[in-house]
Design a protein around this ligand. Sequence first.
Ligand code: GLU
Ligand code: ZN
Length: 304
Amino acid sequence: MSYRGRFAPSPTGRLHFGSLVAALASYADARSAQGEWLLRIEDVDRPRTREGAAGLILRDLERLGFAWDGDVLHQSARTDAYRAALDALRGRGLAYRCTCTRRDLASAPRNALGETIYPGYCRPDPAHDGPGSGRAAWRAAVPAQAVTVVDRGFGSLVQDLAADVGDFVIRRSDGWFAYQLAVVVDDAAQGITDVVRGADLLLSTPRQVYLQRALGLPTPRYFHVPVATDRHGVKLSKHLGARALADDAAKALVDAWRFLGQAEPPAPPASVDEFWTYALSNWRAGHVPAQFTLPALVNQDLHR
Ligand code: GLU
Ligand code: ZN
């Protein structure tokens, strides 16, 4: 079985416990399957990108003993590929310009995450397609049809994109391409077979699978792992984002390893190398807890 995994951090700050958990899960899963592991810096969202953060993330990963294959891909250098994907969607009548303002959408319905379900105001109005004038976003037109994703952790997730999300933004009105489009284009371009990442992205997956199908791209296997949250269910990175990991790299790895439900090493590893020697022969994907709840998932048809 060929396996190519990846870690795709957004350079909004340093590596923190939450991102270490995602990195560790994807790395252990890939390497214990004799797979490759690639790195991608998701700096597509330029306004949120912090100067120097990408370099610090790479240094932290090195210090923690992660070794990646090939060159690091930067989304900021991939604009042409995203534009080609947008053109392909347009060619199939699956993307359209949207000139709605925040105010236009203020009374639109919202989903369980509090996100606007786009009511389709700008949908196929030929006057909006074409060169247009002024600022406009681009949206992907979604069908009134459920998308099913089979996840290794959660089992199957069925989402009706039209009812739960609506036509979603693939290029923002400020000109930057949206994460949902960029991640699909890049996972395909990098030949990713296995996406292992935090469960906060589980509900983005049906949108991504929809785009893959619309663009004729393969769908990787997905495995969403628990996200570190505090007792109020707030994602840890939200307030610990800037906090560096423990200086003791081996200890930081063991903490993340435990969080993923993995068996305790017989003795605390004295070094990063010792940790990885143990980890890569003891990784059990089936031990990663699946019985965790995100408040946002309440309205989803979620079952193993
Ligand atoms: N860049 C995203 C993040 O840091 C991860 C995207 C992904 O793994 O698909 O949250
Ligand atoms: Zn609109």
